[in-house]
Design a protein around this ligand. Sequence first.
Ligand code: EAX
Length: 327
Amino acid sequence: MTIRRTLLASFVATGLGLAVATPAQAQTTMRISISIAQNSHQGVAIDTFAREVERRTGGRYKIQTFYSGSLGGERESIEAVQLGTQELTFSSTGPVPNFVPEARILDIPFLFTDKAHARRVLDGAPGQDMLNKFDSKGFKALAWGENGVRHMTNSKRAVNGPDDLKGLKMRTMENPVHVAAYKGFGIITTPMAFPEVFTALQQGTVDGQENPLSVIMAAKFDQVQKHLTLTGHVYSPAIFLMNKAAFDKLPAADKTAFIESAKEAVKANRARVDEDDAKGVSELRSKGMQVIENVDKTRFVNALTQVNSDFEKQFGKANIDAIRNFK
Ligand code: EAX
């Protein structure tokens, strides 16, 4: 009797197991978000990722894409991924230091010579080591992507040198490294989530903001900002983040598919940043912005001498130099 019951129970369990296993052919739906518009370097990133995951897994995973902060700003999205209420997000490193403090070092102004240098570091050992630091915080960091090289805009005055930044009230990302550096320029810093920035600029709550050309165009900041200076003061990485438990649950082959899809997406993402950088100035000029293209970079760098020596103490000069000199 007991044996029969056990058999029956295991038969039923197996039957149920099969019933569950068969529709496992069906789709698992996951969500990924960005805080800016679909027509952007970030939109290209998550659209490519979604397409690649579906293709590489024979459609067993459906990645739903959300744009323009419709699931929240970047900090909220990263939080949701950490909690597992959302599986994936693609974000700038703006709010990342609040979750993974080690990543702060990548947000230091004038750290990278150019995009090529930044890409080498992120694709090389320093970047790959940094991806692993996300594990213990509840994330699987699939790959570094790119937000771009950031430039200053405002509605008050042409910025020719660092002195012109003094006293400007500017929205910054919710990033402690940026805030410290911009204070070094004499900027009055107002950290704010990205979805609120357009209105804040429009209503004059802040005078300006700083972002890559890709973001300035995607967000149509030309409608609310008159002056743009190509300060190139900081490189802004982006990152594909996935909830760690959701990633760990994937069969090995699917894990590879997700990582390879992210890498493919980064190629498209970077190519779009290059396109945007190539056409950005003329496009923004044609929309009425006054653009200062050539500034004396060393003056901006020198304005941050004190801030930089603070960063060297905080992060270790050797660690910063390792990135600066990475070939
Ligand atoms: O990720 O918050 C920012 O300024 C970011 O650069 C923007 O949301 C794109």
